[in-house]
Design a protein around this ligand. Structure first.
Ligand SMILES: Nc1ncnc2c1ncn2[C@@H]1O[C@H](COP(=O)(O)OP(=O)(O)OP(=O)(O)O)[C@@H](O)[C@H]1O
Ligand SMILES: [Mg+2]
Length: 494
């Protein structure tokens, strides 16, 4: 049996009245890949922050390599080789790739001034190790989400990790990038490094994990070798309910909700045409640089189309700004929910009504009661785990924050709802709930466009899937005609 690197006993953590962890035991062995799974708000990130010394547990014992650590803090944790990549990557958008990668090293050696030349070399070396190709001098704010994460991974690699913890590292990656990441993690494992990874995607968990721990509602439900689990046990223990997957088959309708005719934007996409009928949940997929996300940005007026026409309910409309889009009742759930979608320091209620505040003015006064009521209802409808409408969004778990972005836009009574990566980072149960909401909205006559690279999500929930390749429509298929592998091939074949 492999040596134990870390042992946690009876860990409790509360935030005010919220008990995030209620007596969790966990062992991590050297050289294992340990998956931590649980629904949104089940306490995964909190547990990770306890391990990294960012949160002191309210109660419980921590042992690292057999030694009891009484007051673990981030510096002690780093000294013991514990490296964490958080959900939000904790990188600095206004620094370069090299500066971000070398950051920790500079902090832990106590260097007052960074040696930029050294930073560059370290960065190149780390990138080489994981096979990432980035310009070390480029500002991180100009990188894609996937590349930002590569930067975060590089940063831990150069810091001699003994335990590398990744909080939902694959949420924003394409399947190819996930494979690349997993190859890197396996290499680290072979060197004896313990890897703990948070992941919601069932297939990925079964692919990468050797051992698995499932949390629910702040408690440990089970730990075991991965082959002791099957899909049913996993889903059941995670959600506490049985969830059956089904395909979306709407009633056919001739009523057109939305049509795009040969739309294009220089450098992003061209000659894209499609049409959405009542009841359709319309999927758009493609690789990260295929133009799939830019279509969403364009239809919402962020980077408007430069050619072609769009029609809403048969009437041609012009969308040259987000104001235009909002006026025409187009709603957009952006891909980068934390920076584009939410006011983190405001309450759940402020965020939920942010895009629909005009609804609540009665004779020049805000109807507080109605706003509160609407928020309470949305929290319930979307199954958000939140203490109250007054709670700040910053205190929500990642997946629950995502649901608030969706609620915010649904509360505008949209005619067309565009969701870019609607369930990235959302747990299985919540994902199921969001999909049911989208199907229902489509049935009610709202046009629903789902931009995603989560192929099972698209196949199960859309009745048409548009595949983008190199900025052009490669194909529009019906999910009954394709399987995941074929869809993946359509996206990537030359
Ligand atoms: N700083 C905080 N203040 C108050 N409550 C918090 C704080 N951090 C976390 N919580 C609460 O603790 C619980 C566990 O949150 P945590 O972030 O650990 O969940 P998670 O399992 O990582 O979820 P997700 O999958 O959505 O990331 C949630 O109810 C959350 O709202
Ligand atoms: Mg989390």
């Amino acid at each position: 049996m492999a040596e134990t690197f870390l042992e946690l006993k009876d860990i409790h953590k509360s935030f005010g009245g919220v008990q995030a962890l209620k007596g969790v035991d966990l062992t991590i062995r050297c050289g294992e890949i340990h998956c931590l799974a649980g629904e949104n708000g089940s306490g995964k990130s909190t547990l990770i922050k306890v391990i990294s010394g960012a949160h002191e547990p309210t109660k419980g014992e921590i042992y690292i390599e057999g030694e009891r650590i009484l007051h673990l803090n981030p510096i002690i944790a780093i000294e013991h080789g514990i490296q964490v990549i958080y959900q939000d990557f904790a990188i600095f958008p206004n620094l370069t790739v090299a500066e971000n990668i070398a950051m920790n090293r500079a902090v832990s050696t106590g260097a007052k001034l960074m040696n930029w030349k050294g930073a560059r070399e370290l960065a190149l070396e780390a990138m080489e190790q994981i096979g990432a190709k980035m310009d070390p001098d480029v500002l991180v704010e100009n990188l894609s989400v996937a590349n930002r994460q590569m930067v975060a991974i590089c940063r831990t690699i150069i810091n001699d990790a003994k335990l590398l913890i990744l909080d939902e590292p694959t949420a924003a990656l394409t399947s190819k990038e996930v494979q690349k990441l997993y190859a890197i993690l396996r290499r680290l494992r072979d060197k004896g490094i313990a890897v703990m990874i948070v992941n919601h995607k069932l297939d990925e968990v079964f692919e990468i994990a050797e051992r698995l721990t499932i949390l629910r509602n702040g408690e440990k439900i089970s730990t075991g070798m991965i082959d002791e689990y099957d899909r049913n046990r996993f889903v059941k223990e995670l959600t506490g309910r049985n969830i059956s997957e089904s395909f979306y088959e709407p009633k056919a309708s001739e009523e057109e909700i939305f049509r795009a005719e040969n739309i294009g934007r220089k450098g992003a996409f061209e000659e894209v045409s499609f049409s959405l009928k009542r009841g359709d949940v319309f999927g758009i997929t493609g690789l990260l640089d295929s133009g799939r996300g830019q279509i969403g940005d364009a239809l919402f007026g962020i980077n408007p189309i430069q050619s072609g026409k769009i029609f809403l309910h048969g009437k041609q409309i012009e969308i040259n700004s987000t104001e235009d889009a909002v006026r025409h009742k187009i709603a957009y759930v952006p891909e980068d929910r934390l920076t584009q979608g939410l006011f983190l320091d405001r309450s759940i209620q402020d965020n939920t009504i942010a895009a629909s505040i005009s609804k609540y003015f009665i004779r020049g006064k805000l109807d507080e009661q109605a706003m509160y009521q609407a928020t309470v209802e949305w929290i319930k409808r979307i199954g958000c785990v939140a203490p109250s409408p007054e709670a700040s969004v910053r205190t929500l778990s990642g997946g629950n924050a995502q649901k608030i972005v969706i609620a915010k836009w649904l509360n505008t009574d949209p005619a067309l709802l565009i969701l870019n990566g609607p369930t990235v980072g959302v747990d299985i149960g919540a994902k199921y709930d969001i999909h049911q909401i989208l199907r229902r909205l489509a049935g009610e006559g709202i046009g629903v466009i789902v931009i995603s690279d989560d192929l099972p999500e698209l196949i199960q929930n859309c009745n048409h899937i548009l595949v983008m390749k190199n900025g052009r429509v490669s194909e529009i298929v019906e999910p009954s005609e394709v399987n995941e592998t074929e869809l993946a091939t359509m996206m990537s074949s030359q």
